[in-house]
Design a protein around this ligand. Structure first.
Ligand code: NAD
Length: 487
């Protein structure tokens, strides 16, 4: 082992089946020779119910910020409002931008419809609709902001290509919905193409998320590494894990520049708690990912191969037990003992894994370097208003007097669809409207923020409730905003 000092890690035993599967996993890791110094923290249900809405105490953060390695059992989020998702908070507080979920079929020892499935989903973990920025703006309309950043895209896409190289994977597939979200998903796709050009040794392709997901559910064996945005990745990774065999088998890593968190993908399965029933495999495989991360690949390899041998020997927990395939039905503890007995052995039917081969180390990626700011011009503004009347009433109220301060009303839309100066009377309208203003001197002319402030004053004069403005900008001379549908 490279380092004789034990590596400090922070461990949370969690709720429900958490304590049982964590005990089993730690027992295996330690029996295999993992050189770790454990700091235990309390998170989850008890902490939530003690009045801490984040589910984690300040002392627990101290431990996490010190060890920078978090081995976490699933927790129960109490029913009812007011409790924040501890997972989302941890990922964002510690900048764990990459979520890595291998989804592998263990045919013929675990029943699956897709015997050849062996893929890894790399999900962006910090951005997208998970920024949690939501506002009710009118009686009828609530908004959730989808934020996509260039650093966020570059980091995750580079991670996916580096992962593919390091783990000998041949292809990276990008999933987006950029036929609709041309700016946000469009950026993700563009960055995929840009960074992909640096990895000519790896096959690359892009699928629109809807047909890509359909393909994933139908022929998962055609995929190798999939990189995608936060929401899509959240959904498809559960589907992929489930169709591979069982949610009880998949582990996941959440990686950031300084810290990392390792966990099973499933929850705390409260109905199975305290009965020595649960399958510890997901958490154990997350532990294997952790050992690679803390530079103990020999131990990772030993554990993973012993686990594969246990599976192919037919020693199975209830969730994967099947008459005719399985041999011995075991509980959580007995499963752990069976893996420990096999430490040092390799599987004979599954391909043995290796983490010690050259290059399979903790990945160290270059930090994002901010690029020089592009020339930017503001050429207009969208003013969003709360208006409970009809299009005709709105037009009658504002069109004669709203053009002011050198700005001209060009379009009104409702939920993105143009309703003025042209539109269909049958278009359904809510009480949430967008009014697009551009320079009276021409649509490509720059405007000043002071003109926007003067325009808002006019809305105040007309007693119209404006909700917000969004500026229309060009970067490097190119329009960086979407047109109204029908515009
Ligand atoms: P779940 O994943 O806990 O359980 C769903 C079902 O899957 C269980 O009833 C069980 O039949 C099976 N299962 C899951 N893990 C298993 C294992 N290791 N071995 C054998 N069978 C297993 O999902 P749920 O019931 O929707 O959620 C229960 C609680 O877990 C909720 O409070 C939820 O908020 C929480 N949760 C936590 C995490 C996390 O901490 N990362 C993730 C998801 C859900």
């Amino acid at each position: 082992m490279a380092d004789l000092q034990p590596t400090p890690i922070t461990v949370a035993h969690g709720d429900g089946i958490g304590p049982e599967i964590m005990d089993a996993s730690l027992k295996i890791l330690q029996a295999a020779g993992a050189n770790i110094a454990i700091e235990t923290i309390e998170i989850g249900e008890k902490v939530f119910l003690s009045g801490n809405s984040a589910g984690i105490a300040p002392e627990a953060w101290d431990s996490l910020r010190k060890t920078k390695v978090f081995y976490k059992a699933p927790i129960t989020t109490p029913q009812g409002g007011g409790f924040k998702s501890l997972n989302v908070t941890t990922r964002k507080m510690l900048s764990l931008y990459a979520n890595i979920r291998p989804c592998v079929a263990y045919h013929p020892y675990v029943d699956t419809k897709y015997p050849a499935m062996d893929l890894v989903i790399i999900r962006e973990n910090e951005e997208d609709l998970y920024a949690g920025i939501e506002h009710q703006q009118t009686d009828e309309v609530i908004q959730c902001l989808k934020l996509i950043s260039r650093p966020g895209c570059e980091k995750i896409v580079r991670y996916a290509f580096e992962y593919a190289r390091q783990y000998g994977r041949k292809k990276v597939t990008c999933f987006t919905k950029d036929n609709i979200m041309k700016q946000t998903d469009g950026l993700f796709h563009k960055v995929f193409d840009e960074i992909g050009a640096e990895y000519p040794d790896i096959e690359q392709e892009h699928w629109i998320i809807d047909i890509g997901s359909a393909k994933l559910a139908d022929t998962p064996e055609i995929f190798d590494v999939i990189v995608t945005l936060n929401l899509y990745g959240d959904i498809i990774s559960d589907i992929a894990a489930q169709i591979a065999g069982s949610v009880g088998l998949a582990g996941s890593a959440n990686i950031g520049p300084d810290s990392a968190m390792f966990e099973a993908i499933h929850g705390s399965a409260p109905r199975r708690a305290g009965q020595n029933l649960a399958n510890p495999s997901g958490l154990l495989l997350a532990g294997v990912q952790m050992l690679v991360h803390i530079d103990q690949p020999e131990v990772a390899e030993k554990v993973h191969n012993a686990w594969l041998k246990t599976l192919e020997d037919g020693v199975h927990t209830y969730d994967i037990f099947k008459e005719g395939i399985s041999k011995t039905k075991v509980g959580t503890k007995e499963f752990a003992e069976a893996v420990i007995e096999r430490l040092g052995k390799k599987p004979s039917k599954f391909k043995a894994v290796t983490y010690t081969a050259e290059g399979k180390k903790k990945m160290v990626l270059p930090a994002y370097v901010r690029k020089e700011a592009a020339p930017k011009q503001t050429i207009g503004t969208d003013v969003f208003i709360h208006w409970g009347g009809t299009t005709e009433e709105l037009v009658a109220k504002i069109v004669p007097s709203i053009n002011t301060a050198g700005l001209e009303l060009k379009m009104i839309s409702n939920r993105g669809i143009m309703v003025w100066p042209s539109g269909f009377p049958e278009t359904f309208c809510t009480d949430h409207w967008r009014l697009r203003f551009m320079s009276a001197d021409g649509a490509d002319q720059a405007i000043r923020h002071r003109q926007i402030a003067a325009l808002l004053d006019r809305f105040v004069d007309l007693d119209i409730d404006f909700i917000k403005t969004e500026n229309l900008c060009t970067f490097n001379g190119k329009n960086a905003f979407s047109l109204g549908q029908g515009q």
